[in-house]
Design a protein around this ligand. Structure first.
Ligand SMILES: Cc1ncc(COP(=O)(O)O)c(C=O)c1O
Length: 427
């Protein structure tokens, strides 16, 4: 295949060969045997890269209990159980994630029920269960917590409030969550009154102020600004109800999908810790993407080539139903052949098989030598990959495989056709 060279933008596959220690390093031989025995498309995770991903957070923070891995990035039980062994906590956004965290072995005290919109019964159930902390982010969640507090005999529950700092953090608009117009959290001036009401309830222990600025951030500056806001709120709250014990700075640290230049947790932790001088509160971090993104890949087989004038393309058996990040955010992950080299100009589109023109895995690729039947790996797909897969077009969701050194295991099988209509009835 050939095509003309696009102008300006670098190809996402043009990153240098220096591979990060926390990135998946799975041999071509293993990928071939997975493709033969499990089929494609398939998510493949490198257990040791998961260890390294959480390890660099623990090195940076010190106490693993101050890290709450954001389950939403990858909720496979094998991945969660692997992370649990490090003694870290977990941040869950829904009753479903909460159930998964427990199933994977996280003790309740290490579970933060996070500050995303929750129905009142989810707030009540989480508190009744006795999670380590619940972060409230809207008036109806505060009401639900107070209603629980007034009737509970279970003992006090730790509570946090999510603040909307009004900061543009530089992420994709769909992934920015701390702006003034975001749907999450309370404006800073609402916090003192709510804090006091919560403090008056003997069954509630307000101890945490939280924010989450967005996902995919490449700089620590927005965190610094937002933390300064929490610090000034902490001073305002001093003497007005329970003391603020913890400042939860959320997740969001990005992965540079086009290079290996990831922002480092240690820089974030150092910069934020310096600002805490004289304040008797601890920091909490909720990283998701930066822990697991590099540890996974999506293995796909080329179905056929498409020779359109100026738009050469390879059509693969994986598509937007398996991996939604390009369709949703225009994300450009490296896509490389399992065998052989990248070749030619960066002009090839990598397309999926579903019925939409937007079913694209990547654009501007140097994949001119690719042939039908070749295996490709879509890199750095360990976060927000499988968890965002769907059954659109009645496509069974792909399997997940965990590689540990020289051995591998299917940790979730490919869905069957029967799985597609499980629970449905024809009246
Ligand atoms: C409250 C909260 N914490 C943590 C995260 C994890 O973010 P990331 O995966 O970018 O680290 C998210 C992601 O949406 C979130 O909403």
């Amino acid at each position: 295949m050939s095509g003309s060279s696009p102008r300006g933008r670098p190809s996402p596959d043009s990153r240098s060969e220096r591979i990060l220690p926390h990135a998946a390093a799975i041999s071509a031989e293993a990928l071939h045997s997975i493709a033969e025995q499990v089929g494609t498309p398939a998510y493949v995770y490198d257990a040791r890269a998961i260890d390294a991903g959480i390890g660099r957070w623990i090195d940076a923070v010190g106490d693993p209990a101050c890290i709450s891995y954001a389950a939403k990035a990858n909720t496979n039980l094998a991945v969660l159980a692997r992370l649990e062994r490090f003694g870290v906590g977990i941040e869950v956004a829904t009753p479903g994630e909460l159930a998964r965290a427990r199933k994977a072995g996280f003790p309740l005290r290490r579970i933060v029920f996070g500050g995303v919109p929750k129905p009142a019964d989810a707030v009540r159930d989480g508190m009744r269960l006795g999670v380590g902390m619940i972060v409230l982010q809207s008036a109806h969640e505060v009401d639900a917590a107070l209603a629980y507090g007034s009737e509970s005999t279970n003992g006090p529950v730790n509570v946090g409030l999510r603040v909307r700092p009004g900061i543009r953090a530089g992420a994709h608009p769909s992934l920015e969550t701390g702006r003034t117009d975001a749907k999450f959290g309370f404006a800073p001036d609402q916090i003192p009154e709510i804090w006091q009401r919560l403090s008056a309830d003997p069954n509630l222990v307000p101890r945490t102020l939280a924010f989450h600025l967005g996902s995919g951030l490449d700089s620590v500056e927005p965190y610094e600004q937002a933390l300064d806001l929490l610090l000034s709120l902490t001073r305002v709250l001093d003497g007005h109800g329970a003391p603020v014990r913890e400042l939860d700075v959320g997740g969001g640290l990005g992965v540079d999908y086009a290079s290996w230049a990831d922002p480092e947790p240690r820089d974030l932790v150092r910069n934020l810790t310096e600002r805490l001088a004289g304040i008797g509160a601890e920091l909490r971090f909720e990283p998701g993407r930066s822990v697991v993104a590099r540890a996974g890949l999506l293995l796909t087989r080329v179905l056929y080539l498409r020779h359109r004038r100026d738009y050469p393309a390879v059509v693969c058996d994986a598509g937007q139903t398996d991996f939604a990040r390009h369709a949703l955010y225009g994300a450009q992950h490296a896509i490389v052949p399992v065998d052989g080299e990248l070749s030619g100009d960066p002009t090839v589109e990598v397309l999926g098989p579903t019925c939409e023109s937007g079913d694209v895995l990547g654009t501007r690729r140097r994949l001119h030598g690719t042939q039908p039947g070749d295996l490709l790996q879509l890199c750095d797909a360990g976060a927000y990959g499988f968890v965002m897969a769907s059954n659109y077009n009645s496509r069974p969701r792909p399997p997940e495989v965990l590689v540990d050194g020289s051995s591998w295991q299917v940790v979730r099988p490919r869905e069957s056709l029967e799985d597609l209509w499980r629970g449905e009835e024809i009246p």
